[in-house]
Design a protein around this ligand. Sequence first.
Ligand code: FAQ
Length: 318
Amino acid sequence: MTEFSVNDAELEKRFQDRVDDEQKIEPKDWMPEGYRKNLIRQISQHAHSEVIGMQPEGNWISRAPTLRRKMILLAKVQDEGGHGLYLYSAAETLGASREEMVEALHEGRAKYASIFNYPSLTWADIGTIGWLVDGAAIVNQISLQRTSYGPYSRAMIRICKEESFHQRQGYESLIALAHGSAEQKAMAQDALNRWWWPSLMMFGPHDAESAHSGQSMKWKIKRKSNDTLRQDFVDQTVPQADFLGLEIPDPDLKWNEERGHYDFGEIDWEEFQRVISGDGMCNRDRVATHKKAHDDGAWVRDALRAYEAKKANKSEAA
Ligand code: FAQ
């Protein structure tokens, strides 16, 4: 049988065999249309999250309490922009254009992580974002280092190295606050109270409610389920809160000897649905800010295109 007479069912079987065998799928390999579409959805939403995620922290760069904290925060926010760029590039290898992806974000057709629709009200929020939000992102992204799509997997390896610095700088900042004055400790506790539940929402709906999980796990786009990752995050974070002397705002949180995990309370799923449907505290503002920055930068893209065209004309004439 030649390659040309192989039908879709056979191609799909070969594809699944490769996935099951832990081989990476690369951009020029045959892949089912659903795999390509699902990856573009997930990777572009991941990219949007990184870029929109610059806003809550960017809000504090000019107000960081010391030069050291300002330098760390600037580097971190810049890293998040870089992560967005790796991820947009990974999605582009699947045939999506940057313009289409950004348009989908602006028109509300593409989501981004719900967490970035909450406001950063105090300096303690910045440490807490590093500790909890980057902490949750890493738990998920470590599993995605083994995702089946090569460019996504390689981007994750690089991103995780930087996220690990992000998580540590946040935790270090919170150690300073939690072990500082009574006012500083209260500010850290208040930030934990506001960011805890939204951090748990980052992992998405329960497995039973997750529309994409079944297929994404079969194709090894996702390697661990939403609930498993959420449990990993809780188990890892509770001892960190204990060390800080802060209390996690969940009366149902307790160690379960039998399961070898922490039990924890139920997420407010109505709030989650509201936020991912565009009606959270900051959704409108986040998208409007992104749109304005994009529009203000149009001249840079135009200049780059004009320069590329000029270069192409010159090389044609030569
Ligand atoms: N927020 O069927 P599932 C970071 C949507 S990076 C908004 O379970 P899936 C770094 C989901 O898209 C954080 N929407 O979906 C940083 C789907 O809607 P759709 C981002 C959510 O894809 C730190 C619907 O619900 N990380 O923070 C959320 O199998 C600090 C049904 O859900 C990633 O994106 C949510 N939390 O699983 C940056 C990791 N959860 O598309 C700056 C990659 C679910 O059908 C500062 N992504 N939805 O309209 C993933 O691992 C997965 O996409 C999940 C969701 C686990 C997020």
